[in-house]
Design a protein around this ligand. Structure first.
Ligand SMILES: NC(=O)c1ccc[n+]([C@@H]2O[C@H](COP(=O)([O-])OP(=O)(O)OC[C@H]3O[C@@H](n4cnc5c(N)ncnc54)[C@H](OP(=O)(O)O)[C@@H]3O)[C@@H](O)[C@H]2O)c1
Length: 283
């Protein structure tokens, strides 16, 4: 991304203040941070960004070799890095992970970042119940299971849950994205319902509603049609600042207008979606 595009996306797509790195280092000192989905994309980049802090990092994903490479890269840094290869869609593996985490000791911050997106027409999904099962397991049930197991640890440390969510969950539903949007919305709702109780237990909850971020996740859909997207570095800075501010809701300013338009013009939006789908099917 050239500097002009980076500046434009920063100020228009998702304006934010950069995290104060010294303050972040001080604040995080001796804390333990769990990041799911740490082998690629946003999760990997957050781990790299935090590598100079004196913290314990626990990285979780399926791809063991990738996690090992990251651990090796971080070996010369200040961070104490632990890795766990785990398929979070598997309830038993998730439960085993929780057992191992209990043995490691305190956890201060849980960054729920692992995620899977699927963009597929409903009519191509009639024999693909598994699409809906794997997204609901990864994007909803796994973070719920992890939260249930981690809440006692986070309560002890007055910790924080950071949910890497998607802006779409706040807006009008979009055709083709049912599996992703329904599963991300499910966890967003779960966490927002739990938030008052968690806050009473002194656990901070932060939901970050990202627009598109340039990772491998969006490549299959947007590779041949460039769209405005945050860079991974920008997404990481937003997450790191959230660790410091512990703010509850982080979203771009214009998302409020988009949300208002989603409610006010929902019939117009539905009509536009039908028109788009009809044109596509006539092609
Ligand atoms: N990219 C965007 O435009 C965008 C926008 C809004 C929100 N988000 C959210 O940001 C988060 C990170 O996405 P990303 O863009 O960084 O995508 P990514 O590059 O595809 O990374 C996804 C991560 O999740 C892990 N993962 C996938 N399935 C897993 C499973 N069954 N068990 C354990 N880990 C699993 C992957 O590791 P393995 O494959 O090694 O398991 C990988 O580390 C997601 O929650 C996504 O919904 C992304």
């Amino acid at each position: 991304m050239n500097t002009l595009t980076a500046t434009l996306t920063k100020y228009l797509l998702f304006p934010y203040r950069q995290p104060d790195k010294a303050a972040l280092n001080r604040y995080l000192q001796n804390k333990t941070i769990l990041i799911t989905g740490a082998s690629y994309g946003i999760g990997e980049a957050v781990a790299e960004m935090l590598a100079d802090c004196q913290i314990r990092l626990i990285l979780v994903a399926r791809t063991a070799e990738k996690l090992q490479q990251i651990q090796q890269r971080l070996a010369s840094k200040s961070v104490d890095c632990h890795i766990f290869a785990c398929d979070l869609t598997n309830e038993e593996q998730c439960s085993e992970l929780l057992n191992q985490l209990q043995q490691l000791g305190d956890i201060d911050i849980f960054i729920n970042n692992a995620g899977k997106s699927i963009c597929r027409p409903l009519m191509d999904s009639l024999d693909r119940l598994h699409d809906f099962q794997r997204t609901i397991r990864l994007n909803y049930l796994a973070p719920v299971q992890l939260c249930l197991g981690l809440i006692p640890l986070l309560k002890k440390t007055r910790g924080q849950i950071v949910n890497v969510s998607a802006l779409n969950v706040l807006l009008a539903p979009t055709p083709y994205w049912a599996a992703y949007q329904a599963s991300k919305t499910a966890f967003d709702q779960w966490l927002r319902c739990a938030e008052p109780e968690l806050k009473l237990a002194k656990i901070a909850v932060s939901s970050i509603y990202f627009p598109l971020v340039n990772t491998r996740m969006i490549a299959p859909v947007y590779a041949d049609k460039p769209v405005p997207a945050l860079s991974v570095e920008q997404a990481v800075e937003i997450i790191c600042r959230t660790l410091l501010t512990r703010k509850s809701c982080i979203r771009p300013w214009w998302s409020l207008l988009a949300q208002l338009a989603s409610v006010t013009f929902h019939q117009l939006w539905a009509g536009c979606c039908r028109y788009y789908l009809k044109r596509k099917s006539d092609e």
